[in-house]
Design a protein. Structure first.
Length: 254
């Protein structure tokens, strides 16, 4: 059994062949799919996905940092309304992204911190999106650290020191297609990180692993990521699958 801890299965890129894509994933051994939220526009698509695959998908709720704009308080109200209305398995994906635009940095920091506090209130993990913002992310995590702060550093692509720092805040490292890239770099030091800190993800339809790089990603391709970890850690495919899935159970409590 393999767990994809981060996949946007409701994305429009799957509208033409979602059932076939899900079948391919299950045939590859993927049996659990954790679904991150983006903003209010993604909510109904997530719920539709859950209704269609109620035993397979597990939803998160949150406001993605690139969706933090002038109306971010309305978007946060939307998140708050839903986490008070029904159960979710994490608050995510949340964080800070300075790659595309630095205009709303302060608002991103506020939204990130606010949603962390909601996660603590609900005793839920957080799933962090970080792009060109490690220092800013760590600053917020430092202010919120404690036993009630835990989660996943999604799509981790930092340095060894940044990996250790993320882990110090009770974060697992979400490892996906980047680990298979020739210039991905993290494959050079991952063997120095205990496998107990690692979970697998695809971030599909984005960041397809080698040999599918540049194409639409999908959850079945997580086997390529697991295969890369087989090489890095010198363990069997079954061991990688079992350990990383157990790590996901420890985070999501299911």
């Amino acid at each position: 059994m393999i767990t994809d801890t981060h996949t946007h299965l409701y994305a429009e890129q799957f509208d033409e062949d979602r059932d076939e894509m899900m079948l391919r994933a299950k045939e590859a051994g993927v049996s659990r799919f954790f679904i991150p939220a983006i903003d209010s526009e993604s909510t109904e698509r997530m719920f539709d996905l859950e209704r269609k695959y109620p035993k397979d998908v597990f939803l998160m709720m949150g406001l993605h940092p690139t969706s933090v704009k002038e109306n971010y308080k309305e978007e946060l109200d939307h998140v708050k309304e839903w986490i008070n209305k029904r159960n979710f398995y994490a608050i995510g994906e949340i964080g800070i992204d300075l790659y595309w635009d630095k205009t709303f940095l302060k608002q991103q920091q506020e939204a990130f911190k606010t949603q962390i506090q909601w996660a603590k209130e609900k005793k839920l993990p957080i799933v962090i999106h970080c792009r060109d913002a490690f220092d800013e992310i760590f600053e917020v995590l430092e202010s919120e650290k404690g036993e009630d702060l835990f989660g996943i550093f999604h799509c981790f692509a930092g340095t060894l020191d940044q990996a250790h720092k993320a882990i110090s805040y009770n974060m697992k490292l979400g490892i996906g297609g980047v680990a298979t890239f020739k210039n991905g770099k993290i494959d050079k030091f991952l063997n120095e990180i205990d496998l107990k800190h690692i979970v697998l993800e695809t971030d599909s339809p984005y960041l397809a692993p080698t040999p599918y790089r540049g194409k639409r990603n999908e959850s079945s391709y997580i086997t390529q990521v697991a295969g890369k970890l087989v090489d890095i850690y010198g363990k069997s495919f079954e061991e990688i699958s079992t350990i990383t899935t157990q790590n996901s159970k420890d985070i999501f409590s299911i």
